[in-house]
Design a binder for this molecule. Structure first.
Ligand code: DGL
Length: 264
């Protein structure tokens, strides 16, 4: 099965890792749109245009059967249009896991970390409104401006990244937040810092495994017991050692190829 996956950069590889760990026989074509990153600080129209262009490329060049938008920000800006424009494609998006957070939070205080565009988008606002009708809880949101750049630059354990997070997380800690939604696919890459600041018992919600299950529900008849192959294409610059770091936990250890998009 040929699956296209895209994000503004490295973050969506956290989703690819979940796919690779739970499904066999995939051919994954991953686009890291690093020339245009970060998406979270661009307009909805700009993000929509990039999402449509990337999807067209993935269909024409790689004949994909399924698309995973491994980015909360692009999902918010483009998922409706993508489904309209490509009705024959399986299209799976990424949404902040607010509902699972509500189900496991004991203090009923949850934190949501995401990009400014995701938090300001209609999709997230509607999700929160719908959930607040069913559950009683307090949500503390933080737009993490600049965090995606830190991660793209490989500063996942840097003192400045720690400082940024401390400023955002200390108020949540004081307010008894026990569960944090990682509302951007880049953020699992700094979960060790979040645990350092909030304490090891903090519950972190990410969406990679839910996306893998969703894809599996579409393709269960189409899975071959073969090695998964991942091809990573990037549009700007990328930290190749970060790719190795993210995919190092890949239990299956299939093939990975990394290439600049215009090099092909
Ligand atoms: N990984 C993207 C997300 O999930 C990051 C967006 C950005 O580039 O700001 O939202």
């Amino acid at each position: 099965m040929k699956v296209g996956v895209f994000d503004s950069g490295l973050g969506g590889l956290t989703v690819v890792q979940s796919l690779a760990n739970s499904l066999k026989g995939l051919e994954v074509f991953y686009i890291a749109d690093t020339l245009f990153a970060p998406y979270g600080e661009k307009t909805k129209e700009q993000i929509l245009k990039h999402s449509l262009d990337i999807t067209n490329y993935l269909i024409k060049a790689h004949d994909i059967e399924a698309l995973i938008v491994a980015c909360n920000t692009a999902t918010s800006a483009a998922i409706i249009k993508l489904r309209e424009e490509f009705p024959n494609l399986i299209v799976i998006g990424t949404e902040p896991g607010v509902k699972p957070a509500m189900l496991i939070s004991e203090s009923k205080s949850i934190g949501v970390l995401a990009t400014p565009a995701t938090l300001g988008g209609e999709k997230y606002q509607k999700l929160l409104k719908d959930l607040s009708l069913e559950h009683e809880f307090t949500v503390y949101e933080q737009a993490c401006k600049g965090l995606v750049e830190q991660i793209e630059n490989g500063k996942v354990s840097h003192v400045d990244t720690h400082k940024m997070l401390t400023t955002w997380l200390e108020p949540m800690k004081e307010r008894n937040v026990d569960t944090i939604v990682l509302g951007c696919t880049h953020y699992p890459l700094i979960s060790h810092l979040i645990k350092e600041i909030m304490g090891a018992n903090i519950k972190l919600i990410e969406t990679g495994s839910a996306i893998a299950r969703r894809l599996e529900s579409f393709i269960s008849n189409n899975i071959k017991d073969e090695e998964t192959k991942i091809k990573v294409f990037y549009t700007g610059k990328i930290k190749k050692d970060m790719i190795d770091m993210i995919l190092k936990n890949w239990e299956d250890g299939g093939q990975i190829m990394v290439r600049e998009l215009h090099e092909q």
